[in-house]
Design a binder for this molecule. Structure first.
Ligand code: GKR
Ligand code: MG
Length: 446
């Protein structure tokens, strides 16, 4: 039967963030995550990371009696049982996970995937194989490309919130990532600093913040500065279909693909408007909004609404994400992964899952560059030349640093509980009093 799980612990943790902007508002000074740590009777430790917040922490804690004592080799049965304890997605409006209404995010997160990850880490250590070798048809690539994820950044001095400043003056990236960046020029500078540190070849700009024309001017400035780079902008469905078509046709030379350029409007679903967008522009579409489960995916593919499905393992599970990658590859479509703020355990997980995704994949999203320096591992995976190398090291290929984990857990206990669940309206209201989320209005257009 192999080793059995001896202990399971759940650590809510916090880290610092920049004042980055999205359709949902402004990132808070802190972000939170939940970390699962398992030990087995073979003496190994397995880890998994998932979104923060008390709702998810409580779900994870309720899993403990169903995990402790179970054989790690039978982990699929264990995870399947947890999945059924969760029941149905509570927010299923049919439009997908993310109208970027952050209050709903907790219902989207599949907390059992943190346990799946930790169990696979243990199994990999037992079998002396990387997690990627245990997924799908095994390792498909050793070097996984990540994209440079750029954000507009607001001036923290407009608030009295405890945003971190001056935490890293080792290079331009360390300095710039905490400073305001609201113009095409400033975003190009941000991209250059990120490229210098991480070697990114390709970039994504988070949109849904300024007037769409201004955001496309930023995309053009990025294209002019990095003519060989693939550039993608993601307004999270905020633009009208007509705006998205007009702007993408105007700036077509600058974009390689668009991520959720438009969404539901006037009685048409996001799957319908994106299908029309594709017909009108012939520009590929990526999504983490309209194909977020298999039933939505079936409709999205029938309508030919998407080309790239960003199947984040936190939402699909590690095996679920690879099941999607295999199907997309067989159908001539493309796999990628969405991300939220995360620590380095998630970074290692993305690298393992992407290493097992067959065929051509799109560079993986990561927010990690905004958190770099706050790792929970003895050694964080390194992004070099825009890639993470997946070695033969077993499991996730990394080891938890318990001192760092306890420090991040202490920070969680120290911060105001109002930060436990993500609320991007709070900081935004310093910029625009009374600001409220509107899925059809860029955050600074009111
Ligand atoms: O972290 O603010 C953010 C992102 O906007 C995130 O919430 C999105 O879910 O990055 C994500 C996306 O690609 O839509
Ligand atoms: Mg997206």
């Amino acid at each position: 039967m192999g080793p059995k799980v001896k202990t399971m612990e759940v650590f809510p943790v916090a880290g610092y963030d920049s004042m980055t902007l999205t359709l949902s508002g402004c990132h808070s000074p802190y972000f939170t995550r939940n970390i699962v740590v398992l030990t087995d009777d073979a003496g190994h430790t397995g880890i998994g990371e998932i979104h923060g917040g008390e709702y998810t922490r409580q779900q994870l804690e309720s899993y403990i009696p169903h995990v402790v004592g179970q054989p790690i080799t039978d982990y699929r049965r264990v995870v399947n049982q947890l999945r059924h304890l969760n029941g149905k997605k509570a927010d299923d409006t049919g439009e997908g996970i993310q109208g970027l209404d952050i209050s709903q995010l907790k219902y989207v997160v599949q907390s059992e995937t943190a346990v799946e990850c930790a169990l696979m880490d243990l199994l990999g250590k037992f079998l002396e194989l990387p997690v990627a070798a245990l997924l799908g048809d095994g390792i498909q690539r050793r070097d996984v490309e990540f994209l440079g994820y750029l954000f507009y950044i607001e001036d923290t001095h407009k608030t009295d919130l405890p945003y971190l400043q001056d935490d890293d003056d080792s290079d331009d990236w360390g300095k710039l990532r905490r400073l305001p960046a609201m113009t095409p020029k400033a975003i190009v500078k941000e991209a250059k600093a990120a490229q210098n540190r991480y070697g990114f070849k390709n970039f994504k700009l988070k949109g849904g913040v300024l007037d769409p024309e201004l955001e496309m001017q930023t995309v053009k400035a990025l294209h002019d500065a990095f003519p060989a780079a693939h550039i993608n902008i993601d307004p999270n469905g905020a633009w009208s279909e007509a705006t998205a078509i007009a702007l993408v046709n105007k700036y077509k030379a600058a974009v390689t693909y668009m991520e959720d350029p438009c969404g539901p409007e006037n009685g048409y679903s996001g799957r319908e408007t994106l299908s029309e967008f594709k017909q009108a522009t012939h520009v590929p579409v990526a999504t983490n909004m309209i194909a977020t489960d298999w039933r939505q995916f079936q409709h999205a593919s029938a309508l030919k609404s998407v080309d790239i499905v960003l199947a984040d393992p936190h939402f699909w599970g590690l095996h679920g994400s690879i099941r999607m990658a295999q199907l997309l590859n067989d159908w001539g479509m493309t796999w990628g992964s969405h991300s939220n703020n995360h620590f380095d355990i998630t970074l290692a997980t993305y690298a393992q899952v992407a290493a097992a995704a067959p065929g051509h994949i799109t560079p993986v999203d990561t927010h990690y560059i905004w958190q770099d320096g706050q790792g929970l591992l003895k050694q964080s995976p390194e992004i070099r030349d825009g890639h993470i190398h997946v070695s033969d090291a077993p499991g996730l290929g990394v080891e938890i640093d318990m001192d760092k984990l306890h420090a991040a857990n202490d920070l969680y206990k120290k911060i105001d509980p109002m930060y436990y669940d993500r609320d991007d309206a709070r900081s935004m209201q310093y910029l625009i009093p009374g600001w409220q989320y509107d899925s059809k209005k860029p955050a600074l257009v009111r």
